[in-house]
Write a protein that binds this ligand. Structure first.
Ligand SMILES: [Zn+2]
Length: 63
């Protein structure tokens, strides 16, 4: 059975980018090697998914 979720990536291979201190604690950043999405793991254990497009925006805002 073929999956139609071709745009959905399970982010099986991620690369640790680094961590950044925020107001609510330390966020850890990972980048998926397959789709290029950046994953943000908050100190609460919540995982946020950031698309590659909005990463540049994020980096601009943090400066
Ligand atoms: Zn992925």
């Amino acid at each position: 059975m073929l999956s139609s979720k071709s745009s959905k990536c399970s982010h099986g291979e991620v690369e640790f980018l680094g961590e950044q201190s925020g107001d609510k604690g330390v966020n850890r950043y990972y980048k998926c090697r397959k789709c290029g999405a950046v994953l943000v793991l908050s100190e609460d254990g919540v995982l946020y998914e950031v698309t590659a497009e909005s990463v540049g925006k994020l980096q601009r805002e943090s400066q």
